[in-house]
Design a protein around this ligand. Structure first.
Ligand code: KG4
Ligand code: ZN
Length: 339
């Protein structure tokens, strides 16, 4: 069976992966651009330039690690959006070039559909080699830096949205909270590390309630941390930083877990998967793992942005034959996969 070569360059990670036509993970290369840390956030223009510098080496590495050559690739896949448009264009142009040079078809994949499709991969970590992490139907929590939503996944090629954040994404809440505590960017992993030494019950941060349906909100918890930090002042904040981090993290995790439980109840399903950068969070993984339902938790490197998930989604996207895709454009926002 021929292989799928995928590229993902929607934000600051330059990613390429090779996946079998049956969804088997063959390689997954992620080159993170540490350059943005100094700015406290991703600088779009710098991200695009770095993608340009890194992308060819990352593709070569993905092929080498899969022990494959371009001759064995039958389909090229790429993230078309949403994301930083300049960054996306580097991936789209590279994918077009690779595919067109060999007359191969190209699959344009939606980034969020990619996060869902990470669960369709086989041959991953401790999961049985021939089994995907999770197959539809299931509820999927996607929580990243740009998106937080609960998806009802009944098929491989799309999903329905059960609820979404009305303001900040969960990853954004982690990043902004981390910044208030003086932690480096990206804030999620740094805040999780600091929280290990803290007491999650030390401070009571509000978990948003009273929202319609399964929607979420993280603006309140962020503001509440801001007020607490101001009240405490610089020295006391530094002294209580681990407690603040642990309590803040618990509020976010509890808000997400409560919505997952409600989504499972509403759909009558007992199968939950997670995706997106925040799904790398240890306490969230533990909390959801203890819900008493079947939980599909991809390894961390398949939760944060990666190209293996894009290859996985590409199996269910109608591929465009050469040369139809030559005019393909990236899109910065929107959720095309939700059609
Ligand atoms: O999916 P992702 O890699 O990129 C986007 O599509 O946004 O998600 C990145 C987000 C960032 O906000 C980052 O702080 C958060 O995921 N994140 C975490 C952890 N690792 C990454 N949040 C909490 N705990 C983590 N361990
Ligand atoms: Zn993402």
């Amino acid at each position: 069976m021929s292989l799928i070569l995928a590229l993902e360059t929607s934000c600051d990670d330059t990613c390429a992966a090779v996946v079998g036509g049956d969804g088997e993970l063959r390689s997954n290369v992620i080159s993170s651009q540490g350059v943005h840390d100094a700015y406290g956030g991703v600088v779009p223009e710098i991200a695009s330039r770095h993608h340009l510098e890194l992308v060819n080496a990352v593709v070569d590495d993905a092929l080498r690690r899969a022990d494959a050559t371009l001759d064995e690739i039958g389909l090229v896949a790429v993230t078309q959006g949403p994301g930083l448009v300049g960054a996306l264009l580097v991936g789209v142009a590279t994918a077009k070039g690779l595919a067109a040079a060999r007359g191969l078809p190209l699959a344009a994949v939606d980034h969020l559909q990619g996060h869902v499709a990470a669960s369709f991969l086989r041959g991953v970590g401790s999961h049985p080699p021939a089994e995907p992490i999770m197959e539809p139907p299931f509820v999927c929590l996607i929580a990243s830096g740009g998106h937080t939503l609960l998806a009802h996944v009944e098929r491989h090629d799309g999903f329905d949205v059960l609820g979404r954040t009305l303001d900040d994404a969960a990853g954004e809440a982690f990043d902004k909270g981390a910044r208030l505590l003086g932690l480096p960017f990206p804030g999620g992993p740094a805040l999780e590390r600091l929280a290990r030494d803290g007491d999650p019950a030390a401070f009571a941060f509000p978990v948003a309630r009273g929202l319609a349906g399964l929607d979420l909100s993280f603006a309140g918890v962020k503001t509440s941390l801001l007020y607490r930090v101001r009240e405490l002042g610089e020295d006391a904040t530094r002294a209580r930083a681990a407690d603040l981090a642990a309590s803040y993290q618990r509020a976010i995790v509890e808000a997400l877990a409560a919505r997952c439980e409600q989504a499972l109840e509403q759909t009558g399903l007992a199968r939950l998967a997670i995706g997106g950068g925040v799904a790398a969070n240890g306490p969230l993984r533990e909390r959801l793992g203890a819900l008493g339902v079947t939980v599909g938790i991809p390894p961390r490197e398949l939760c944060t942005d990666n190209a293996a998930m894009i290859a996985s989604a590409a199996r269910y996207v109608p591929a465009q034959p050469f040369p139809d895709y030559l005019a393909l454009d990236a899109y910065a926002s929107g959720e095309r996969a939700l059609a």
